[in-house]
Design a protein around this ligand. Structure first.
Ligand code: GRF
Length: 217
């Protein structure tokens, strides 16, 4: 059993990156509210000013930032703006929750093994560029898979490739459409993301030679 002090020391300071509706972000907030996740969301960053995730954050007085590469003349200024925002809020873990852009390599380097992504399939299958949203579930169904799932992984320079931290299976049912499969997968996403983040809060995630180990409690 951890003392309060130890728990506080590991309280995560999250930066959530989201481009869309933000249902995973909501699930993370609910896990924090219920005490299942020892973390605070310090800032929400989006490339999309209309992202639902920004509204959710604003309603809770969580700081937000819209940082879009297209608004910068120089790529370096864009990267600098992301880095400065992360530093400003002293975030120690970056959580991609439906973020549709690639994280610049400078940030991957600076936050090595401290950036997580959630993917709605069992990587390394059905991942990579262009494999997002309904495209993933369409591909799973086109392949006739009986099982799909969710992957939480660390982010490196290549889309959907970094070390896998957690995976969970989701069954493909007779008559599934991309929509019904997506909805079933999403329920599992909402559970697994907060549970995986809590492993980081408890200091139980180790990365060795590109593979993740989870320390026992
Ligand atoms: C999720 O399916 C997630 O796996 C993928 O993008 C989607 C985001 O959904 N990376 P939401 O915005 O969290 O509802």
């Amino acid at each position: 059993m951890k003392s309060d002090r130890e728990a506080f020391l590991h309280r995560l300071k999250l930066a959530v990156f989201a481009s869309g509706r933000g249902s995973n972000f909501i699930a993370i907030l609910q896990a924090i509210d219920s005490g299942r996740l020892t973390a605070d969301v310090k800032v929400v960053i989006s490339n999309n000013p209309d992202a639902g995730a920004l509204d959710i954050a604003q309603k809770r007085n969580i700081p937000t930032a819209v940082i879009n590469k297209k608004s910068f003349d120089q790529r370096e200024a864009f990267v600098e703006s992301l880095l400065r925002t992360l530093e400003k809020y002293k975030t120690n873990l970056v959580v991609l929750a439906g973020y549709m852009k690639k994280i610049p390599p400078e940030i991957v380097l600076q936050y090595k093994n401290r950036i997580l992504n959630i993917h709605p399939a069992l990587l390394p299958s059905f991942g990579g560029k262009g494999m997002y949203g309904h495209h993933v579930h369409e591909a799973v169904l086109a392949q006739g898979c009986r099982i799909s799932g969710v992957t939480v992984h660390l982010v490196d320079e290549v889309y959907d490739r970094g070390p896998i931290v957690a995976q969970r299976c989701v069954s493909v049912e007779e008559g599934d459409t991309p929509g019904t499969l997506a909805a079933r997968v999403l329920k599992t996403e909402h559970k697994i993301y907060a549970e995986t983040l809590q492993l980081f809060a408890e200091g139980r995630v180790e990365v060795k030679e590109g593979k993740v180990g989870i320390k026992r409690k």
